[in-house]
Design a protein around this ligand. Structure first.
Ligand SMILES: [Zn+2]
Length: 225
């Protein structure tokens, strides 16, 4: 099976991953996308190669310059200083037949999709919360019935959704296996599973605000906060 991933990790997110800045939940989504996406593995490899070069280039010059540069500008500077050979970009062999749950997700859930203990989420959808130690993210595997929308949920900031099986549409875009949707609170969206089969995806959101008040906690889902 050859994957044609269309929706990739953004430069910002991949760079944060490369520098180890991402919390565990976000990293899990990025790393699992990488397992399914040779093109992003190449980009990551470029960034890692580029990191050392960049430091040499930037030092001892001002770092203000770096802060105001976009990644594209930095990339252009690095490429100009040392042409990167095509062969350097293909350090990771392509995986053509990956399991539905590739590593590192596999280590969290086990390898057999048939043995997963799904919990009902309402309206035919199921989920499995995935524990992480970061205290910042909520991670879950979601199963959306064919042709049905993702159950309503709210999130305060970033949301990453990685398709592992089946597909969903969101507006005019179609997300298939390996595709990563990166959304923030400014995006109103309603993903809907395509009619052919149930869609299994990994969803990572910012952990919801935690309130001391029991009443507020009870009202949280109602208030959408
Ligand atoms: Zn990618």
């Amino acid at each position: 099976m050859t994957l044609q991933v269309q929706h990739h990790v953004s430069d910002e997110l991949l760079l944060a991953y490369a520098t180890g800045e991402l919390a565990e939940g976000w990293s899990l989504a990025v790393a699992t996308h990488l397992a399914l996406c040779p093109s992003c593995r190449s980009r990551l490899s470029f960034m890692e190669h580029a990191g050392g070069e960049l430091l040499e280039l930037a030092m001892p010059e001002t770092t203000d310059d770096m802060a105001s540069s976009s990644w594209d500008e930095m990339k252009a500077k690095i490429s100009a200083s040392r042409p990167v050979k095509k062969s350097e970009l293909k350090t990771v062999p392509e995986q053509t037949d990956t399991p539905i749950l590739p590593e590192p997700l596999r280590s969290y859930l086990g390898g057999d999709v048939g043995l997963l203990k799904w919990k009902a989420l309402g309206r035919g959808a199921y989920h499995i919360p995935i524990k992480t130690a970061d205290g910042q993210t909520q991670v879950r595997l979601l199963k959306i019935p064919a042709g049905k929308p993702v159950p309503e949920h709210s999130h305060g900031g970033r949301e990453l959704t990685l398709v592992l099986k089946g597909a969903f549409t969101d507006g005019a875009s179609v997300f298939k296996r390996g595709d990563l949707e990166e959304a923030d609170e400014s995006l109103t969206h309603q993903p809907v599973a395509t009619p052919e089969e149930d869609c299994i995806c990994l969803a990572v959101t910012d952990a919801p605000l935690k309130f001391q008040s029991r009443l507020l906690r009870l009202l949280q889902p109602v208030l959408g906060i």
